[in-house]
Design a protein around this ligand. Structure first.
Ligand SMILES: CC(C)(COP(=O)(O)OP(=O)(O)OC[C@H]1O[C@@H](n2cnc3c(N)ncnc32)[C@H](O)[C@@H]1OP(=O)(O)O)[C@@H](O)C(=O)NCCC(=O)NCCS
Length: 147
């Protein structure tokens, strides 16, 4: 089935909230997700297959800086290239917005996500000590320079 990458909408929020619960130990609330919907400061795209949202990525941007806030793929749909398709679209949007760089935080132990980002040229640039809760863990700061 074909994968459709499109802007997130208000009527995706119930599914996005459900996916947060499936993918994260400290899930975002509906309100937080709502605040990330596409506008002049946010890119938020979803990957849809057969009418079902299977993944999403959100980025906040200010001036020429982008910050990836959230990336998730349904556990049942992982390792099929959906995460890669989402990051590719996000970076395409970031370039179209003329951003200079995109940055993000990721749990130090999150090898799948770190490998995904590294594949797109994100490099480790720093560490935020005890940034995450449940469990407490350092965040690795990664950046991709676009220009
Ligand atoms: C990280 C995540 C989004 C990856 O999504 P995905 O759709 O499974 O990723 P893809 O199939 O597109 O994989 C792309 C590449 O990422 C890397 N990768 C993905 N999953 C991996 C795993 N379990 N182990 C090692 N590398 C992995 C590989 O380099 C992979 O390329 P390959 O399949 O050709 O080897 C997904 O695992 C997820 O939702 N995790 C939970 C939420 C999360 O941690 N989000 C990131 C927060 S910062």
């Amino acid at each position: 089935m074909a994968l459709l990458i499109r802007d997130a909408r208000e009527d995706d929020l119930t599914r996005l909230e459900e996916m947060e619960g499936l993918c994260f130990s400290v899930p975002w609330t509906r309100q937080m997700l709502h605040s990330q919907l596409p506008d002049g400061q946010h890119v938020f795209v979803v990957a849809e297959e057969g009418g079902q949202v299977l993944g999403y990525v959100g980025m906040m941007f200010v001036l020429d800086e982008g910050y990836i806030a959230n990336v998730a793929v349904d556990p049942a749909a992982r390792r099929r290239g959906i995460g890669r398709a989402l990051i590719a679209e996000l970076l395409k949007r970031a370039k179209a917005l003329d951003l200079s760089f995109v940055t993000l935080e990721v749990r130090e132990s999150n090898a799948p996500a770190i490998a995904l980002y590294a594949g797109f040229g994100f490099v480790p640039v720093g560490l935020r000590k005890n940034y995450y809760d449940s469990p407490k863990e350092n965040a690795l700061l990664m950046t991709s320079i676009l220009k």
